[in-house]
Design a protein around this ligand. Structure first.
Ligand SMILES: CC(C)(COP(=O)(O)OP(=O)(O)OC[C@H]1O[C@@H](n2cnc3c(N)ncnc32)[C@H](O)[C@@H]1OP(=O)(O)O)[C@@H](O)C(=O)NCCC(=O)NCCS
Length: 380
């Protein structure tokens, strides 16, 4: 029987290069992550989320007026159609924020002035709108499910500060704003991760931006991808509640052949460079908020998993304790990942559509031999 593929399959497409892209550079052996060639450590130290969005969407750093213009445009988009707010009020209060976000983002297309326009400029406008709106949806749904009043957007403050304001009802401290901003920079893009690949596959059919982002959110939700940060915190919380020993708890998980969320990576064979920043943030914010226990537990788990399994912490491990001490509920951790990753997803959709070809790989057929014949039901 002839094979349909010309190269051997790799389970999970490991090591397969599936596209050319000018957005994100990763060297998994040296632990390098860079957006448009700029190391993410430099961006985390010196940039801000709006500037990082500009870099991802337009391919270079903005000058002052370009940055001001983008800030202004993002701020102007800080409004949700009443139809979206009504939808958020109608969903069952038990609905998971990530599921609500997925459906709400799909519904945003009904209210988008560029809904039927798939050209480059329209997609940049949609990227800006979606970046503002996704943050607002996450904040608004959390308040609605808790029976709290919605908070007016403040167009004079940064994206991160406005998100925390609309989520908590009060303006964040400079430390909290900067911490979230760094987390958003670190999560903004990561080459062909599963959700970005899903977004590009959808875009490549000449579907549209909202469909692509809806696909991406569905992919991000899974615990092998963005859902890992929530899973990490559930473990930390159980250890705290049961007053368990963190190392014994994780050792027991490994004995049961369970994977430890927040460890391991398909691409990095050394430390995930994002974890380097998040570890420090988790420790500093934990101390400042007088909740050092989350970092302390995390550190013990990290040391043990590294020694026992030679696995490094990934982006999700220390983001869990960081978000918790910022006052963010654990089932919002993955939506907060989306609040950042929308910048990278949209950059990839724009890049895909600027030079598009349908993404349609093949499968190596391993089913019953051909020809296999139909048997009438009474003879089976
Ligand atoms: C990220 C991840 C999905 C990458 O998966 P992958 O490249 O397909 O790697 P595999 O799942 O095949 O793992 C390779 C080996 O390491 C082990 N391993 C990988 N991650 C592990 C983890 N978190 N805990 C325990 N063992 C792990 C696997 O059991 C496997 O061991 P084996 O060869 O003895 O069977 C995987 O490391 C994982 O599930 N991590 C936990 C979830 C997570 O944190 N996801 C967020 C990623 S940013």
């Amino acid at each position: 029987m002839s094979s349909v593929t010309s190269t051997p399959t790799t389970k999970g497409l490991e090591g397969i290069v599936a596209t050319n892209s000018g957005i994100c550079y990763i060297d998994g052996d040296r632990g390098v992550l860079a957006y448009r060639g700029i190391d993410v450590h430099e961006l985390a130290d010196h940039s801000n989320f709006e500037e990082t969005c500009y870099l991802l969407w337009f391919g270079r750093l903005p000058n002052r007026s370009e940055l001001e213009n983008l800030r202004e445009r993002l701020a102007q988009e800080r409004h949700l159609d009443p139809g979206i707010i009504q939808f958020l009020r109608n969903v069952p209060r038990t609905a998971l924020p990530m599921d609500v976000l997925r459906t709400a983002v799909s519904a945003l297309s009904f209210y988008d002035a560029d809904q039927k326009n798939n050209d480059h400029d329209a997609n940049v406008r949609k990227a800006i709108r979606l970046t503002s709106q996704i943050a607002m949806i996450v904040a608004a749904y959390d308040r609605i499910r808790k029976g709290k009043p919605l908070v007016e957007a403040d167009r004079s403050i940064s994206h991160s500060a406005n998100f925390l304001l609309q989520l908590t009802g009060s303006k964040p401290s400079a430390t909290a704003e900067r911490a979230l901003d760094i987390a958003l920079i670190l999560h903004a893009d990561h080459e062909l991760n599963a959700s970005t690949f899903a977004a590009r596959v959808t875009a490549a059919t000449l579907s549209d931006m909202h469909s692509s982002i809806t696909s991406a959110i569905g992919a991000l939700k899974g615990p092998l991808h963005g859902g890992a940060n929530e899973a990490v915190f559930r473990i930390l919380n159980t250890i705290e509640r049961e007053k368990a020993d963190p190392v014994d708890y994780v050792r027991n998980m490994l004995a049961q052949k369970k994977k430890i969320p927040g460890f391991g990576h398909r691409v990095y064979h050394t430390e995930d460079p994002r974890a380097t920043h998040l570890r420090v943030m988790s420790q500093d914010l934990g101390k400042a908020s007088e909740q050092p226990q989350w970092y302390e537990m995390s550190e013990k788990i990290e040391k043990f998993v590294k020694a026992e399994k030679h696995l490094n912490a990934n982006v999700d491990f220390y983001s869990a304790s960081t978000y918790h001490v910022l006052g963010i509920d654990d089932d919002l951790f993955t939506p907060v990942f989306a609040v950042s990753r929308i910048s990278g997803w949209t950059a990839h959709v724009i890049e895909q559509l600027d030079d598009n070809r349908l993404i349609r790989p093949r499968a190596e057929y391993v089913g019953p031999d051909y020809p296999n014949h139909y048997v009438a039901i009474e003879k089976r």
